[in-house]
Design a protein. Structure first.
Length: 930
């Protein structure tokens, strides 16, 4: 401890006492602090150990004190007056019972029991126990309460108490060995449970009974040499197998609900994935009917649900669950089947509103959890399970519950399990087997004995309907969900924006009744013109506040094609008139900013003449194909194929149409041959023809060798070839091929080209492509689109001549002759353009206007070229080439994009040039401020 002392130094220096204290203190502190620092760690451990030791000592002392106090009380218990044995009680207070069963029945044992009875009489309360007739049958129940009953042996006591729980109060099995010394041994059987004849070993009655027997033996054996051995044994309990049965009956609805819900989630996933991959659309384009589509899914899932129901019922019976073994098999099977079907149909309905499979699975899991909680909480006991049927429950709640399949399933399963598995009587703890669930029970209202009294004050019983009602509700669920599926499938917009009017079902044409007169070709064309005029005036009105960019004039050929398409006297197999597609920015209103993907397209199509559609990305080619194939609804105009209108008779057109969409329409888990079988089936190709067709077509596109491989193992080019072949099934008169050769190697592409070339006879084929070579080779007519409009149309030569730069001639001469050769060429073709002149190599361009002069020039080149006689020719060599289609295409695209083509569809000028609104500017300003 630092000490405060006055040192001589402090005194001498005249320092204040405070300073002296500080100095002293601080010097001491220094030492002390050092000592504390060096010892604190060790001291800390030492202190810890010391504290631990102290606490251990304290605990030992406390424990010793506690034990000695307990021992003291055990050694010297409080005195206790033992009561006598009172009368037994049966399963219920009214039921007769047996007080004592004893064995063996000898005079000596009767003497012991008589003495014990007498000794018992001396206590309060006491019952007088008489000897009764012997009992030998374990199934005999007493008709009145019995005193002391002789029985054959200990095994009988075991069996009897097991068969008839809570009937017997005590059993006593003697084993007396005659001495000397004589040994009195006995075993007392007692009821260990808290019910009815409870003989709680720590309570009074068991002690009273053994005490009475012990005293009786001591009294009888008094004066002789004897030993006494008393043991205790509890009666057997209800076999443990009942426990699992109890779980199945109370939570079965939950367990069995799970297997059906797995099917539910799978259905959601399968159908939405099919939609997501556009496989459903492709099948519809190939003629698949909506009703057939749903019915096929429904039937295949019905089979799955049936198998699931059979497996559940089979396993339930095999494992011996009473709810299965004690119920009518057919009733159980129908219950599981109807539940499965209603969940499957509910899944169908959900799929109509979901577009992504991931969302579908999440919804499935969510409903699974909700259902699981529902089944486990509501239908795990009859109290909550039946509370909904009370007159006090709101009618709305009842109706809402009716529409939930798992509510109806839970209810009927609860009914069955209550009948089948019986119940444990709470009062007597006795298992009372159920009467079993019979077919007739489906029609009977649930008896009030099964429906708990749950309102103590008003003691109401819910009026629980017959189980069959839940079946009716499940059937109703199936019907309602099926109707909702078909309705939502029509009115919810698909990926292509197709949807019907919410009241489409009021239109007689939906049911196949067409009261409107079919238009003749002339009237149909007139209608298209009127329609276009209306559209134009509407659009003008809407755009009056927006300055639209000036559109350049249509090309002559395009105008001529328009006139031809709108000329009723022109005979052709198909024509497209003023076809238009606008993708709206907002689902609710039209706006000048809506995307015009295709604008007033007019075309004529002839059999045997393939039309190749070229255009930059986003030009509107696929949208045109989608409209023509019925995948997307047009927003204006129409097309007529063989006298059938695209807008109103698409179903008929589809029967003669084949489509190879831009994205492959293949099922990963089907082989090439199975695809042919599927789509040929949809196209109604005669069954016997399908194998021949498959071989012929697959060989043509070189897929025959891999016909048995699953399509997901195919390369991109192979998938494209298969999609192409599919579009040709069913001998279609109209074929749409949207970029059919994308991703194919040159060899296979040529095979496909030759296949298309042969196939186009007698058919209308429209093909879109980005390959100029493909268009050049296959296209009888080529049209180029840009920004949704037709820019040029004609055959390859015509387009090259019209839009190309003409011919190019390159030649080589001796540099000394260059000027002479130039003068000769320019005199023969005055409007030629010299493009290159270097070291005797000349490159000339001849515009299309100079076409007539070219033969003369070629003749002169030939005469002055290398021949067998002329070894030093003026012209050492020359070559002539025409402008390629690619150059024509690039020129047209350049013309259509005066501001430069970025490689993608530019946003409409009107958007670019739209003046920034005040609010936008304000927002920008505030963002900058931030
Ligand atoms: N569902 C849609 N919603 C909005 N705009 C769309 C939709 N489908 C297409 N478009 C737009 O319509 C225009 C034409 O698209 P389309 O797919 O027909 O072009 P394309 O000529 O087939 O292009 P590509 O050669 O790239 O296939 C594009 O600007 C595109 O962005």
């Amino acid at each position: 401890m630092p000490s405060i002392v006055e040192t001589p130094a402090s005194q001498g220096s005249g320092a204040s006492p405070k300073r002296a204290v500080e100095n002293e203190f601080s010097s001491n502190i220094h030492v002390t602090t050092g000592a504390v620092q060096s010892n604190s760690y060790r001291d800390g451990i030492a202190i810890g150990f010391r504290q631990l030791w102290t606490m251990l000592k304290r605990n030992t002392i406390l424990q010793k004190a506690d034990t000695s106090r307990q021992l003291k009380s055990n050694y010297h218990p409080e005195p206790w007056t033992l009561p006598g044995i009172d009368n037994c009680q049966g399963r219920t207070p009214k039921d007769p019972c047996i007080n004592v069963m004893f064995t063996p029945d000898t005079a000596e044992i009767r003497q012991i029991l008589t003495t014990a009875n007498k000794l018992n009489q001396a206590r309060e309360p006491a019952v007088n126990l008489n000897f009764e007739n012997a009992m030998t049958d374990v199934n005999t129940l007493p008709s009145s309460t019995l005193g002391m009953v002789p029985v054959p042996d200990g095994q009988f006591i075991y069996n009897y108490t097991l068969t008839n729980p809570n009937v017997t109060r005590f059993g006593i099995e003697f084993s007396i060995v005659q001495g000397p010394p004589k040994n009195y041994a006995y075993q007392t059987w007692f009821n260990f449970t808290n019910a009815a004849n409870s003989t709680d070993p720590f309570g009074d009655s068991l002690l009273s009974f053994t005490r009475a027997i012990d005293e009786a033996i001591l009294q009888i054996a008094e004066g002789s040499s004897a030993t006494l051995l008393a043991t205790l044994k509890d009666f057997p309990l209800v076999p443990p197998t009942l426990a699992s049965d109890e779980v199945v009956s109370s939570l079965g609805a939950m367990f069995f609900f799970c297997s059906t819900m797995v099917i539910f989630i799978c259905v959601l996933n399968q159908i939405v994935t099919e939609k997501e991959l556009h496989l459903r659309h492709s099948m519809q384009m190939m003629g698949l009917k909506t009703l057939v589509y749903w019915l096929s899914w429904w039937l295949s899932n019905a089979l799955l649900v049936l198998v699931n129901a059979v497996i559940i019922c089979g396993f339930g019976i095999a494992f011996g669950f009473t709810v299965f073994s004690n119920s009518n098999f057919l009733a159980l099977l129908i219950t599981f089947f109807l539940f499965g079907l209603s969940m499957v149909t509910m899944a169908f309905w959900i799929t109509t509103m979901v577009k992504a499979s991931r969302t579908a699975i999440l919804i499935g899991i969510f409903l699974f959890i909700i259902g699981l909680l529902f089944e486990s909480m509501v239908f795990s006991n009859s109290y909550v399970g039946y509370i909904w049927y009370d007159s006090g429950t709101s009618v709305v709640a009842k109706y809402v519950l009716m529409f939930i399949p798992f509510f109806n399933f839970g209810k009927v399963f609860l009914d069955m399990s209550l009948f089948a598995t019986g119940r444990l009587d709470i009062l007597t703890e006795t298992y009372i087997p159920g009467p079993g669930f019979h077919w007739s029970d489906m029609y009977n209202q649930i008896p009030t004995s099964y429906t708990p009294t749950y309102n103590a004050e008003r003691t109401r019983h819910p009026d629980v309907p017959a189980p069959i009602q839940s079946w009716y509700f499940m059937l109703m669920n199936i019907g309602v969900f099926a109707i909702l599926t078909l309705y939502f499938d029509q009115v919810v917009a698909d990926d292509y924006g197709n949807k019907r009017h919410p009241f489409f079902f009021l239109d007689p044409s939906f049911y196949g009744f067409h009261f409107r007169k079919k238009l003749t070709g002339r009237d149909w064309i007139a209608a298209q013109e009127t329609d276009k005029a209306k559209r134009d005036s509407r659009r003008k009105k809407m755009n009056k506040n927006h300055e639209l960019p000036c559109e350049d004039e249509d090309d002559d050929d395009v105008n001529a094609e328009r006139l031809l398409a709108l000329d009723p006297s022109f005979e052709t197999q198909a024509r497209i008139c003023n076809l238009q597609k606008i993708f709206q920015e907002s689902a609710f209103r039209k706006s000048p900013l809506d995307k015009i993907a295709v604008k007033d397209l007019c075309l004529t199509l002839q059999e045997g003449k393939l039309l190749a559609l070229l255009g930059q990305n986003g030009a509107g080619k696929s949208t045109t194909m989608n409209m023509l194939s019925g995948l997307t609804k047009s927003t204006g105009g129409d097309a007529m194929f063989y006298g059938l209108s695209m807008n109103s008779e698409m179903a008929e057109i589809r029967s003669m149409m084949g489509v190879c969409p831009q994205h492959d329409i293949l099922f990963g888990d089907l082989t090439a041959e199975e695809h042919i079988q599927l789509y040929a089936g949809l196209k109604n190709v005669p069954k016997h023809e399908i194998p021949r067709l498959a071989e012929e077509r697959l060989k043509a596109v070189r897929l025959w060798q891999v016909k048995d491989k699953l399509s997901h193992t195919y390369s991109g080019g192979m998938k494209r070839r298969l999609s192409m072949v599919i579009s040709t099934l069913g001998d279609p008169k109209i074929i749409f091929l949207d970029e059919p050769t994308t991703g194919m190697d040159p060899t296979n592409r040529r095979h496909v080209w030759s296949f298309i070339e042969k196939f186009k006879q007698g058919r209308i084929i429209i093909l879109t492509t980005h390959s100029m070579e493909e268009a050049d080779i296959l296209g009888d007519r080529i049209c180029v689109m840009a920004h949704g409009r037709l820019r040029a149309i004609g055959n390859s030569i015509h387009l090259k001549n019209k839009f190309g730069a003409g011919y190019r001639i390159s030649l080589v001469t001796d540099p000394s002759n260059t000027e002479f050769v130039k003068s000769q060429i320019e005199s023969r073709v005055p409007d030629c353009i010299l493009k290159d002149d270097s070291a005797g190599a000349l490159l000339y361009q001849f515009p299309p206007t100079s076409m007539s002069s070219i033969p003369r020039l070629v003749e002169w080149l030939e005469n002055n070229g290398v021949t067998s006689t002329n070894v030093h020719p003026l012209i050492q060599g020359y070559g002539i080439s025409q402008t390629s289609l690619e150059e024509v295409f690039l020129k047209l695209i350049r013309d259509a994009n005066p501001d430069g083509y970025q490689g993608y569809e530019t946003v409409k000028k009107v958007v670019d040039e739209k003046p920034e609104s005040e609010s936008t500017l304000r927002n920008r300003g505030s963002n900058n401020n931030q």
